[in-house]
Design a protein around this ligand. Structure first.
Ligand code: PLP
Length: 464
């Protein structure tokens, strides 16, 4: 467990500041260097973020020596946990042989083969350096393949930070810095409304693609009905629109073949990253050979100027990422990693829900596969219990995640868990094969103590 300050009189925020004094000091330096003192929007934290010094398996330690059960697992990249020995050994050996050849090499072929073997849609593969680059490439491929301009995305679905996928409207204005002309090519729709999607595909002949997270927005913060996923596949086939399944998180996690193998809904293109590269940077687009052919040069007159998608990228398929990735995917292919994390996440959700029920909280812990999200109180009516099945279900009022419903509570809750030795990703997290039932029990105990603290401070709506 993380060491906790044993002074009952301290408020949560006083405990936080005292326990993480070393992080507070580092942050004073960082604010003069980085906007917000942060290097990623999701890592910005008030009053300061924790500075981590080392990590192993399911745990990480900060500069003050506090230990955390890590549910971020490298923003979801570390399915096999921190410092998996096989990956460390393979990457160390590759380091000795060179980190970048600026040339073709055997490890990229091995890596690409693993993607082809595991991901059902992967007739062809092209590596990128991140998931953002992968979704950018997928949309450009869809546009050139269909000769159309527009892309349908769904509300809250996250696909990285490039100009197209950050658009959330209208009625929302274009995000800061995104030209209106770019935003105008995006059609943002609510999920679970196939009639509306069909109307768009029928009435607008300029739609190239539909892009979506297969388990729902924000790694299933907003859960998606698998029937809707299947319905989108059918409509995109009916109307000749490219379906891009963004498996940056779900790929190799829900099953060795990602959400597409788990659900049987096979897209035209898939964006991949995170687990793909075994904990190092990397991404990929994998998909239909006829669409991916637009990345290739051709002797066909005019092709290279007008039909070929240009793609460079200094670190594409670099030997270190290729080595880490193929070592990780060989283990993923054994099947047990996805089973382990899915089963353990179900246990974690059940244990956390028990704690929540014991405290009489109206929220719940929900999620799918190896992912979980926490909602401390029912955002619609804090005094009425909400169950995982109600969240995002048809007929319910539009669901609001905890971080949007109550940012102050959310921040306090995260700090409380950190004080008790647990680090979340947003309002939940993901599991790795390094997590054990012992970690689940420890996390449940930390959850229990954190709720006690919040109740003492009277911060949970609906709880006296
Ligand atoms: C579903 C999804 N797509 C795309 C991305 C962007 O990937 P990256 O952070 O590697 O650019 C993310 C990142 O979390 C993601 O979750």
């Amino acid at each position: 467990m993380g060491t906790t300050v044993g002074t009952a009189n301290l408020t949560l925020d006083e405990q936080f500041t005292r326990q993480f004094a070393g992080s507070a000091a580092r942050f004073q330096d960082a604010v003069d260097i980085f906007p917000n003192g942060a290097t990623h929007d999701g890592r910005a934290q008030k009053p300061f973020p924790l500075y981590i010094e080392r990590a192993q398996g399911a745990h990480k330690w900060d500069v003050d020596g506090n230990r955390f059960i890590d549910f971020l697992v490298g923003h979801g990249a570390l399915l096999l946990g921190h410092g998996h020995p096989a990956i460390v050994e393979a990457v160390n050996a590759q380091m000795q042989r060179g980190t970048h050849y600026g040339a073709a090499h055997e490890r990229e072929v091995e890596w690409g083969r693993w993607v082809q073997r595991l991901i059902p849609a992967a007739e062809r593969v092209r590596f990128t350096s991140s998931g953002t680059e992968a979704t950018l490439m997928a949309l450009r491929l869809a546009r050139v393949f269909t000769g159309k301009n527009k892309v349908v995305k769904f509300e809250h679905h996250f696909h990285g930070w490039h100009d197209y996928v950050v658009v959330e409207g209208p009625p929302e204005p274009p995000p800061a810095g995104v030209p209106a002309g770019t935003a105008d090519t995006m059609v943002v729709l609510p999920v679970h409304d196939l009639e509306r999607l069909e109307a768009v595909l029928r009435d607008d002949s300029d739609v190239a693609a539909v892009i979506m997270e297969p388990t729902g927005a924000g790694y299933a913060t907003y859960p998606l009905d698998p029937d809707f996923l299947a319905g989108v596949r059918k409509l995109t086939l009916d109307y000749g629109v490219v379906l891009v399944m963004d498996e940056v998180i779900t790929g190799f996690r829900c099953s060795p073949g990602g959400a597409q193998a788990a659900t049987g809904v096979i897209p035209d293109l898939t964006s991949l990253a995170k687990i793909l590269a075994g904990g190092l940077p990397g991404g990929a687009v994998a998909g239909r050979a006829d669409i991916m052919a637009h990345l290739a040069y051709s002797d066909e007159p005019g092709w290279n100027a007008r039909k070929k998608v240009r793609h460079q990228g200094t670190f594409n398929a670099n030997p270190l990422s290729a080595t880490a990735g193929s070592t990780a995917l060989a283990i993923v292919a054994e099947g047990w990693p996805a089973r382990h994390v899915n089963d353990l996440a179900a246990l974690l959700r059940a244990e956390l829900n028990q704690v929540m029920d014991a405290h009489g909280l109206s929220g719940c812990v929900y999620g799918t596969y190896s992912m979980f999200h926490i909602l401390l109180s029912n955002p619609h009516n804090p005094r009425e219990k909400i169950s995982p099945a109600d969240i995002g279900a048809a007929g319910q009022p539009p669901f609001i995640a905890m971080r949007d419903a109550d940012a102050a509570l959310f921040g306090k809750f995260k700090r409380g868990l950190q004080v008790h030795g647990v680090d979340l990703m947003g309002d939940g997290g993901m599991l790795s094969t390094a997590h054990t039932e012992e970690d689940v029990r420890e996390a449940a105990a930390a959850f229990d103590r954190t709720i006690d603290l919040l109740k003492q401070e009277g911060t949970i709506p609906g709880v006296r």
